[in-house]
Ligand binder design. Structure first.
Ligand code: 5FU
Length: 262
């Protein structure tokens, strides 16, 4: 079972160079925490990246919520990513035809492919979404996480959609571009070379007012099979975000070490 294997072992099984890099980074840095930096001012995101950087493997953005986006914001974020050794993911959730996602990925104001190591995409349009994203690249080392499940209550994803999404992630000529799967369950996929990214993680709450459903760090890692847990408001809205990041990091890492020791 993939969840019993260590991140080091799984790095060697990964087909995506980005998955390999991220698995190794997690093992070396001893963190499986992703910060969802959902803030609307560039300076606030950079401040949070600075404070939480030492404790995260991945920093996830929604760049289209940033009110003062600029190229210098991106270069500062990249500097922090280098300095503190974390990977950048733009949670764009691409969902259109290949030609359109190719343009959305590389053009416009954000030029996502020029800086985001990883992006997310829905599988709704089919396999061509992976091909479309890949077509935008000019030799950069990049990867995509495909959504096979969502954390929101009442989402329309059923078992068939989930299975087919995993097929897109694991079969065909573009699997070296797929670094992982965004999902909520340990039986979602079997291939140990892919990374399971699981959002909807919070220590105290169960839900928010807009459909988000939360589980504890221990539950997502030990029961739901998360390799990386995404935490946003659990850290961002804490009275001391840095201390909260340390706390989440410690609990998530302990859950992982227990999971692989069994
Ligand atoms: F694909 C998904 C999903 O199914 N649920 C999510 O919550 C992505 N997310 C993202 O994780 C969402 O867009 C937020 O950026 C983050 C969760 O933030 P929270 O503040 O921890 O609820």
């Amino acid at each position: 079972v993939r969840t019993r294997l260590t991140y080091e072992t799984r790095a060697n099984l990964a087909k995506s160079p980005l998955a390999k890099r991220l698995f190794n980074l997690m093992a070396n840095k001893q963190t499986n925490l992703c910060l969802a930096a959902d803030l609307t001012k560039a300076a606030d995101i950079l401040d949070m990246a600075e404070k939480c950087g030492p404790y995260i493997c991945l920093l996830k953005t929604h760049v289209d919520i940033v009110e003062d986006f600029s190229d210098s914001f991106i270069s500062s974020l990249q500097t922090l990513a280098k300095q503190h050794n974390f990977v950048l993911m733009e949670d764009r959730k691409f969902a259109d035809i290949g030609n359109t996602v190719s343009l959305q990925y590389s053009k416009g104001i954000y030029k996502i492919s020029s800086w985001a190591d990883l992006v997310t995409a829905h599988t709704l349009p089919g396999r061509s979404i992976v091909q479309g994203l890949k077509a935008a690249l000019e030799g950069e080392e990049r990867g995509v996480f495909l959504l096979a499940e969502m954390s929101s209550s009442g989402n329309l994803i059923d078992d068939k959609y989930k299975e087919t999404s995993v097929k897109i992630a694991t079969e065909g000529g573009d699997v070296d571009f797929v670094a992982g799967v965004v999902c909520q369950s340990s039986n979602c996929f079997a291939f140990p070379g892919l990374i399971q990214l699981t959002p909807g993680v919070k220590i105290n709450e169960n839900v928010d007012k807009l459909g988000q459903q939360y589980q504890t760090p221990e539950h997502v890692v030990k029961q739901l099979g998360a390799d990386i847990a995404v935490v946003g408001r659990g850290i961002l809205q804490a009275s001391n975000p840095q201390q909260a990041a340390i706390n989440y990091r410690d609990r998530l890492w302990a859950a992982y070490t227990e999971r692989v020791a069994k």
